[in-house]
Design a protein around this ligand. Structure first.
Ligand code: HEC
Length: 169
């Protein structure tokens, strides 16, 4: 193992640990104690996370490889249907954002956006958030939704990590 792959390995260990902790809390074992000391906004995000079926919560990456084609399709749909709220760069500052409370997610805000993993983002795109302005895009195909998730990670600049991981297999 060279130095680089050790870091990458540690990175994935940390992600897996974080995921198993949140899955345990979400499955009710935490008795919702994790809400203490959180802002109302964070509480709302965790409440939404709790609604997502467990199979989606534990996913570590998208099943669609974020290759050029997928990223291009994701970018096109994002331009057409999402920028009005989430903004060109996904910073949550599209023209419709002003009238919304809570504001559309800023995908570049890692602290917030990382609360939802790839499977959760996928689920939220198809089902909406229920209580915020995030609509359910149930008419998009499943592949379209994964392409969008790939695009969101591309906006965050984290897709390269996912692609490298993919090529190890
Ligand atoms: C009408 C405005 C609106 C549109 C259009 C919209 N969203 Fe959202 N979106 C929101 C709001 C509001 C939230 C909730 C923000 C929060 O709770 O922090 C949100 C949250 C999300 C989240 C979860 C937060 C995160 O950081 O992972 C994802 C994923 C998402 N949107 C993806 C999309 C995609 C993809 C599209 C286009 C197909 C889209 N949204 C279109 C308003 C919108």
């Amino acid at each position: 193992m060279n130095k680089f792959s050790i870091y990458r390995f540690l990175f994935f260990v940390m992600i897996s640990m974080a995921l198993s902790t949140t899955t345990c809390l979400a499955s009710g074992k935490g008795d919702h104690d994790h809400n203490h000391g959180m802002s109302a906004h964070m509480q709302a995000m965790h409440a939404l996370k709790d609604k997502v079926p467990k199979d989606y919560q534990i996913m570590e990456r998208t099943p669609i490889i974020p290759d050029q084609e997928s990223l291009q399709r994701g970018a096109d749909i994002f331009q057409g249907q999402c920028v009005v709220c989430h903004g060109q760069q996904g910073k949550g500052n599209g023209p419709a954002a002003k009238s919304l409370n809570p504001k559309p997610a800023n995908f570049l805000d890692q602290e917030h956006s990382a609360i939802y993993g790839p499977g959760e983002k996928f689920w939220i795109i198809g089902n909406g958030s229920g209580e915020t302005g995030m609509p359910a895009f149930s008419s998009l195909s499943l592949i379209d939704r994964w392409d969008l998730v790939n695009h969101i990670y591309q906006l965050q600049g984290t897709e390269a990590e996912m692609e490298k991981h993919e090529h190890e297999h």
